[in-house]
Design a protein around this ligand. Structure first.
Ligand code: AMP
Ligand code: MG
Length: 332
């Protein structure tokens, strides 16, 4: 028997009048090794092609700057650069780096945008090697990682390559891409929209019937357990989970989320962490950070920072839900 869904509603709903005379238009495409989708309210006669192009251009810009998979991206060129060289950063790259650094500091290094070599050593990076790395590979990856090695000259918005530092924005760039698409739509006057990139979502305004955009929170085992619906009204939601990417070796399951503090994939039984935040970039980064911290430290930090977070903990075959106070306050 399936349970009726719970609903999560932010207090501000109802303040915005419904958009009149519009209908919902749907768009979809590919980016960052995954898919994107957009639903927005506009007149029936909307010229769709310029809108599709604006969405794709916003995402292409993020890829051109921050992809770990495209050797021509600003990020890949920085990672491959000679020690001691300075690199002037485009504004979006600089904004993501600043946010990533902030989350790294406040999570005491659980989130680390310089974990690129470690991610690659465990086979989740561009080199495509798979399996458990040998001790020497792991030691050299750990030696070059560390968010404290990030050194930015704010006056020039320039970043120095201290030698071997490998940035990886995969835990934050999808959320940032969602925010950029939302900004591009706002600039076109399309303020009632739901934007999604690889499962990370952001919703603004309302549908033609005056209802907010309702979304269902992602679950590892779709269909089982209690469903939770969220009204994305000026809000974003992102999920980090071990069920998304992993490999198995000798009966052990290795997550693509690495704990930079010991260089090993996380292994504390957290199936998924969902964070609700105004910005999708922050929702994305914090869901990864709390996922690394684990059920206890992750929940404690979420409560200390007032983050709305839901942690699903594996207990045998079941999933046990733990909620931060700010998440519980959204439940109705
Ligand atoms: P997400 O699905 O948003 O949690 O992002 C996972 C991706 O972020 C991985 O595939 C890695 O590329 C990268 N990553 C892994 N561990 C970390 C970490 N501790 N801090 C930041 N990024 C990480
Ligand atoms: Mg993330």
């Amino acid at each position: 028997m399936s349970l009726p869904p719970r609903v999560l509603v932010p207090a501000a709903i109802g303040a915005t009048p419904p958009a009149l005379g519009g209908r919902v238009h749907e768009f979809a495409g590919a980016t960052m090794g995954t898919t994107w989708s957009v639903r927005l309210v506009a007149a029936i006669a909307l010229r769709r092609e310029p809108v599709r192009q604006a969405i794709q251009a916003a995402l292409d810009e993020v890829v051109a700057q921050m992809s770990t998979w495209d050797a021509r991206s600003d990020l890949c060129r920085f990672n491959a650069a000679a020690p001691g060289t300075w690199h002037v950063l485009p504004e979006p790259f600089h904004a993501v780096l600043a946010c990533a650094r902030d989350v790294a500091e406040r999570s005491d290094g659980a989130f680390d945008p310089t974990a690129g070599a470690l991610v690659d050593a465990w086979g989740f990076g561009p080199s495509q090697r798979r399996g458990v790395p040998d001790a020497a590979t792991l030691a050299s990856a750990r030696a070059v990682a560390g968010w404290r090695r990030i050194d930015v000259d704010p006056a020039r918005r320039a970043l120095v390559q201290p030698g071997g530092l490998a940035l990886d924005f995969s835990a934050i760039a999808k959320g940032f891409g969602v925010d950029r698409v939302a900004q591009a739509l706002d600039a076109l006057g399309l303020v009632d929209h739901l934007v999604e990139v690889g499962g990370e979502l952001r919703g603004s305004g309302v549908k033609p019937d005056g209802q907010p955009w309702w979304v269902e929170l992602e679950q590892p085992d779709a269909g089982s357990g209690e469903r939770t619906l969220l009204a994305l009204h000026g809000l974003s939601v992102a999920t980090s989970g071990d069920y998304r990417r992993w490999f198995e070796h000798d009966g052990t399951r290795y997550s693509h989320t690495i704990d930079p503090r010991d260089g090993l994939p996380i292994r504390h039984g957290l199936a998924a962490v969902t964070v609700i935040h105004a910005d999708c970039m922050r929702a994305d980064a914090w869901s990864t950070a709390l996922n690394v911290l684990g059920p206890d430290a992750g929940l404690a930090l979420a409560d200390r920072l007032g983050l709305a977070a839901r942690l699903l903990v594996r207990a045998g075959d079941a999933l046990v839900e733990r909620r931060s106070a700010a998440f519980a306050a959204l439940l109705r």
